[in-house]
Write a protein that binds this ligand. Structure first.
Ligand code: SAH
Length: 278
């Protein structure tokens, strides 16, 4: 096995799902990597196609609200340990590295341990979903700005900010919020969001199972409340959502299959491995 004399870490955004939505730079590093730490929301095809057969691939999936996620400390420990062995370590993350990810922890590990590192951006879910659902996030006559938000727990957005979110003409994109969608809609309608703004939920964007649901926020309670969505799902709210009807170029799959495996129990050998390095 080829190893580097000094270790290095490459933090890479692998894109939102479609395995072709990855940069050439990411592919080059994957071909060189000795160790690849990969996420739940990374297409397995990316790893299968580009990583050397003799490289070590470690699955460090996480999933909000489910048990069995790999603790961040274990990921940090893997990074430090393998880099100290002189290996080229790729940390492969879903979407882009800097949007709703723990990249800060991983950057800190590199700096603290004096490990050289590079960061390679990826296509974040909002951009993948916008393209594959035919919903431009900004568009003439519709919206001049876009905000990336999350409501993965309810105290992230203050009451005052809900008022502002209801009034703005900016497009709102909520990550990690399909399970709290009810709260999102309740807060925006209670604050008088305009009736011409629509809500889209994009399930499994850019994958063969992509499904887009579009509804008026004021019809949500009657028609969609309580519906569960397949993970991962992204929420887009604004006037731009009406463009989907005219510009969607991919048919809804309406499939209930999972493109990304839900996080399962970490098998005992992986657990041992984690214990060993942490
Ligand atoms: N760093 C990632 C986001 C991680 S947070 C990025 O830049 O895309 C995980 C959340 O991203 C999910 O809960 C979901 O809201 C969103 N997401 C990621 N991939 C997605 C996909 N293929 N389809 C829909 N939403 C996705």
């Amino acid at each position: 096995m080829i190893t580097n004399t000094t270790g290095k870490v490459i933090l890479i955004g692998a894109g939102p799902g479609d395995p072709e939505l990855i940069t050439l730079k990411a592919v080059r590093f994957l071909q060189q990597a000795d160790v690849v730490l990969t996420d739940r929301l990374v297409s397995s095809e990316i790893v299968n196609q580009h990583v050397r057969k003799d490289a070590e691939v470690i699955y460090v999936g996480k999933q909000c609200r489910r048990g069995y996620s790999t603790p961040q400390e274990s990921i940090n420990a893997y990074i430090a340990e393998y880099a100290a062995q002189g290996k080229l370590v790729v940390r492969l993350k879903g979407g882009d590295v800097s949007i709703f990810s723990n990249v800060l922890d991983e950057l800190e590990v590199c700096v603290k341990n004096k490990i050289p590192y590079e960061v390679v951006p990826g296509i974040t879910a909002a951009l993948g979903a916008a393209a594959y659902a035919g919903i431009p996030l900004t568009a003439r006559g519709h919206s001049t700005a876009v905000r990336f938000l999350t409501l993965y727990k309810s105290d992230i957005v203050t009451n005052e900010y809900w008022g502002e979110l209801a009034k703005t003409t900016d497009t709102l994109v909520f990550y990690m919020s399909s399970e709290t969608l009810n709260d999102v809609v309740t807060n925006l309608t209670a604050n008088g969001i305009a009736k011409d703004k629509l809500l889209a939920v994009v399930e499994q964007a850019t994958t063969p199972f992509q499904t887009v649901h579009v509804i008026n926020l004021y019809d949500y309670a009657e028609k969609m409340k309580g519906q569960t969505f397949i993970s991962p799902s992204l929420i887009i709210i604004g006037k731009v959502v009406e463009l989907h009807q005219q510009f969607s170029w991919i048919e809804n799959s309406n499939s209930k299959e999972y493109y990304f495996k839900p996080v399962g129990k970490i098998d005992s050998s992986a657990a041992e491995e984690i214990k060993k390095v942490s």
